[in-house]
Ligand binder design. Structure first.
Ligand SMILES: [Zn+2]
Ligand SMILES: [Zn+2]
Ligand SMILES: [Zn+2]
Ligand SMILES: [Zn+2]
Length: 353
């Protein structure tokens, strides 16, 4: 009798999202106030545990210290790229073949663009309808006395369907002291008569804002475009571009794609782990980075999560994740109910759909 009471007591104090056990209900409530669990967190398809990132879900499923029951099932029915679970081994195999992408076309395009065939394409053509999400990437050459100052030497912009919108060499405003040829493939003659940075900056700026004044840009319902990239702060800084944070989707700063330590993963790693192919080998074309970030974005955006009217902890309706609830009130509700009223502290990209 006693031991049964005890175990039901422990069960009562178990977080319904991450399964952490607490000795006392008040500690679980404290945990819920600061953990921002939500339906948008990556979740194990087997035991339904919520994880803060796909990296921690990967650890849970594959190792080095996996949950054994989940690992066993995952090894038969789990996709190693998107980490979803399927009904059977054969449906997993069919899925995984499609889930793994390749960079075949990237190689082709890279060769074409290095011949200059695709420079300046389309951005001037009133490309205004339809695709509202674009990905941007740069390749940097070196400036300054030791060549360590990053200067944008090449930039690419693509649409949702991986079509090139803009792809050009850029003439930096100060002298280039290191072309970093082994990785950029950029030679002095490519930049000599290239488009000046100022012009590149204003073309991209106008394209992103799409006729909307910067101060008027709102996350929804406007004409301005969503900008996807990896480490965009640095790219935008080097392009001398400003763009509102609400319109930016950065694969280096998106919590589900970050390391458990909350540091960024490299784009090379993310592409290998989540899309299943290699990038940034040898001479690099920014088109390849654009495609990888766009694919990662799409994969995140089409995660199927429950639809909530007020998805953020910061929405007034959620009362700042429990802030206005009295402790005693919260201690009376079940862990599942606590999870049901808990909301995310980051913007999940599924909300773009
Ligand atoms: Zn938890
Ligand atoms: Zn979501
Ligand atoms: Zn699990
Ligand atoms: Zn998959």
């Amino acid at each position: 009798m006693d031991s049964r009471n005890e175990s039901s007591e422990t069960l009562r104090n178990k977080c319904a999202a991450c399964f952490r056990q607490f000795n006392r209900m008040e500690h679980l409530v404290e945990h819920m106030r600061i953990s921002y669990h939500s339906v948008h967190e990556p979740m194990c398809g087997i035991c339904k545990k919520h994880c803060r990132s796909f990296e921690s879900l990967r650890e849970h499923l594959i190792g080095p210290l996996p949950k054994q029951e989940c690992k066993n099932i995952f090894s038969i029915r789990g996709c190693k790229f998107c980490l979803n679970i399927f009904d059977s081994y054969s449906s997993r195999m069919i899925h995984q073949e499609r889930c793994q992408l390749s960079n075949l076309s990237t190689g082709l395009i890279a060769r074409m663009s290095s011949l200059g065939l695709r420079d300046h394409l389309m951005i001037d053509n009133g490309y205004a309808v339809g695709n509202q999400v674009v990905a941007l990437a740069c390749k940097m050459v070196g400036g300054g006395s030791d060549g360590s100052l990053d200067l944008c030497g090449r930039v690419c912009l693509i649409d949702e369907n991986e079509n090139i919108i803009f792809h050009t060499y850029v003439k930096p405003p100060i002298p280039v002291t290191n072309y970093r040829y082994e990785s950029t493939g950029i030679r002095p003659e490519y930049l000599r008569d290239a488009m000046p940075l100022k012009m590149v900056q204003s073309k991209i700026q106008n394209f992103l804002c799409n006729g909307e004044p910067m101060w008027k840009i709102r996350p929804r319902g406007g004409k301005a475009r969503i900008l996807v990239g990896h480490g965009l702060d640095h790219d935008l800084d080097r392009l001398q571009l400003e763009y509102p944070a609400v319109m930016i989707r950065d694969t280096a700063k998106y919590p589900p794609l970050m390391k458990t330590s909350k540091l960024s993963n490299s784009l090379k790693y993310l592409t290998q782990a989540y899309l299943g192919y290699d990038i940034q080998t040898g001479i690099q074309d920014p088109y390849e980075d654009c495609v990888a970030t766009m694919r990662l974005y799409m994969r995140m955006r089409y995660q199927r999560h429950a639809v909530e009217a007020y998805p953020f902890a910061s929405d007034p309706q959620n009362r700042n994740n429990f802030a206005s609830w009295r402790q005693a009130e919260l201690e009376r509700v079940s862990p599942e109910e606590l999870l049901a009223i808990s909301r995310s502290d980051y913007y999940c990209w599924c909300l773009d759909s």
